[in-house]
Design a protein around this ligand. Structure first.
Ligand code: SIN
Length: 187
């Protein structure tokens, strides 16, 4: 799969046909909301979990020294809690550009905080994308993140902002919090 997914994502869903679009954010889309939305709600995606297994050449790293950012990994017994935003189809030009480094838009079912299930969209970087870095221990992920910087800022800040946002939402994520703990030790 090519690294830049903008053109692929444009073909994936016909968003104009949809009455309502809910976008699920589990990483930077929780704390950096640079797009308009109509309403938002904490939401969970069952069967998936967050991992810092995706490379970032464009935001938190560079083509020569990619950083590490989140993707979702299938995990039957787990769920990922993040933020769902009801958006208009016209935000996707911006979002497809922002998430272009290997992420594809997937159709999923989201469980909103009020227990209502909604059809949603989520950006996931699948294992076969060229920026995929894969599994590593939390300690080595933290060491990698500690050294990475890109046009959107330090890779460290991605983790710290996310951890703070998850804590505010009352979400426990041992993978994120362990990486945060290592990063705070290096500071
Ligand atoms: C997301 O936040 O939902 C996708 C990954 C990212 O942009 O950090």
């Amino acid at each position: 799969m090519s690294l830049d997914t903008i053109e692929i994502n444009k073909q994936r869903q016909n968003l104009f046909d949809r009455e309502e679009i809910w976008l699920f954010g589990y990483g930077s889309l929780i704390y950096k909301v640079d797009f308009p939305f109509l309403e938002k709600s904490p939401a969970s995606l069952y069967g998936w979990t967050r991992r810092f297994w995706q490379g970032s050449h464009d935001h938190r790293g560079t083509p020569d020294n990619p950083g590490r950012v989140l993707t979702l990994i299938e995990s039957m017994d787990e769920h990922c809690t993040g933020m769902a935003y009801r958006v208009s189809h016209d935000v996707f030009d911006h979002l497809d550009h922002r998430e272009k480094n290997g992420y594809l838009r997937y159709d999923v079912d989201l469980q909103l905080a009020n227990n209502i299930t909604k059809a949603g969209l989520v950006y996931i970087a699948p294992e076969n994308n060229l920026a995929y870095l894969g599994e590593a221990s939390e300690e080595s992920i933290a060491q990698h993140i500690h050294q990475s910087h890109g046009p959107s800022g330090s890779n460290r800040d991605y983790v710290l902002h996310l951890a703070e946002a998850l804590r505010t939402m009352g979400v426990d994520d041992p993978h994120v919090f362990e990486i945060e703990r290592y990063l705070l030790e290096y500071a």
